[in-house]
Ligand binder design. Structure first.
Ligand SMILES: [Fe+2]
Length: 304
């Protein structure tokens, strides 16, 4: 039987407030991950401030900036300081800035993009380093995004489970979301009237393998790297064997203790480290509009 109370995670949660920043302020949002960064104008980021922002990003995995005012050009330029930008093959970008992807829910729509725990685009050979999501228009309340630390998830696993999953490779595919048989191609969804323009393609069904436990290329820390949206199996296992392990890891990775929650305001920009987190966009604002822009940064190496 599962324990009624969780084991104490206090020794593994590591979202520690540090004070050795000179240019920026850093205020943790929760015990596991997330911090609000102050003292930064993202439209003008000098090298020293950028270096501190980068350090805060590695320390906290999800960093939140308030009251920013940036154009799509500035948004893309900010992303490029962290790496090459990615263009989403299944979601349309802006006509004049294809690397800036609008994520929009109109009041008439019931669908909310990202309304499942996931890590962005793990179906790619080199998944994103991170995503920068910028709020242009948000409901007065609702429409928050939750994030979960997959470092904390790995740290809290028993030694026995770690031994089982270390060295396994998971199979990832975009097919169950963006493929012809995927959820976003179900009858009633593809009316051509969606504000976030999804392109269903056969090529979504191709598969990619990544380690179930990856080591973060910059921090050297281990984290669980499977997610409900895009992980479909484990190499060398039958579905009956792989499914319960994946279900357990996905549920474990998103325990409330490992999460933080970002409440958006117009002008909020949140940058998450896609290598060591999952996120979930809440669908709790029916009848209201939410309009965001996303820029996605590619990592430099394959997960390992
Ligand atoms: Fe996402």
């Amino acid at each position: 039987m599962a324990r009624v109370y969780q084991q104490a995670f206090a020794t593994t949660l590591s979202n520690v407030a540090r004070t050795d920043y000179e240019r920026i302020t850093v205020k943790p949002l929760a015990g596991a991950l997330g911090a609000e960064i102050g003292g930064v104008n993202l439209a003008r980021l000098d090298d020293k401030t950028f270096a501190e922002v980068h350090r805060a990003f590695l320390d906290h995995s999800v960093i939140v900036f308030r009251e920013q005012d940036i154009t799509p050009e500035q948004h893309a330029a900010l992303g490029r300081r962290f790496g090459a930008l990615m263009i989403h093959e299944f979601v349309a970008g802006l006509a004049d800035h294809p690397e800036v992807m609008p994520v929009v829910k109109e009041p008439r729509e019931a669908f909310v993009f990202g309304n499942v725990w996931h890590t962005d685009m793990t179906f790619r050979e080199i998944p994103p380093l991170g995503s920068l999501l910028y709020a242009l228009e948000v409901p007065e309340y609702g429409g928050d995004t939750m994030f979960a630390s997959t470092y904390a998830a790995y740290d809290a696993l028993s030694a026995t489970t770690r031994k089982l999953i270390d060295g396994l490779y998971a199979i990832h595919s975009a097919g169950q979301v963006y493929g012809p048989k995927g959820e976003l191609n179900e009858e009633g969804f593809q009316t051509g009237n969606q504000a976030t323009r999804i392109h269903v393609k056969k090529e979504a069904e191709k598969t990619m393998e990544h380690p179930v436990v990856r080591t973060h290329p910059e921090t050297g820390r281990k984290c669980v790297f499977v997610n409900l949206a895009f992980t479909t199996g484990i190499r060398g296992m039958e579905p009956e064997e792989a499914d319960p392990i994946l279900r357990m890891l996905c549920e474990h990775s998103t325990k409330p203790d490992f999460t933080c929650r970002v409440r958006w305001q117009k002008g909020t920009l949140t940058f998450w480290d896609n290598r060591c987190t999952q996120h979930y966009a809440l669908n709790d604002y029916p009848g209201r509009r939410r309009r965001m822009h996303r820029v996605t940064v590619q990592d430099k190496t394959r997960p390992r």
